[in-house]
Design a protein around this ligand. Sequence first.
Ligand code: SF4
Length: 82
Amino acid sequence: MSDQERLIDHVEVDRSACIGAVVCEALAPGTFEIDDENIAVVRPKEGWDDDEAILDAAKACPVLAIKLMAQDGSQIFPEEDK
Ligand code: SF4
């Protein structure tokens, strides 16, 4: 997938919230990796999974520790209350 087609531009893991449930790594192994402390980290952007897989991973996180942003800075997930 080229960068132009990609909506997700920035992925963040709230390490204080993450409980190491590994769901994100299972669903989007190119994007998330569980480190030595059993906490998810975001992998280099070059290898990211497609948007759908990243979104699935964010939605599947039991503690909603994953935040996704678009290139224009808007938040894609979790959806912000308007
Ligand atoms: S799914 Fe959520 S809690 Fe589990 S490892 Fe990933 S970020 Fe952490």
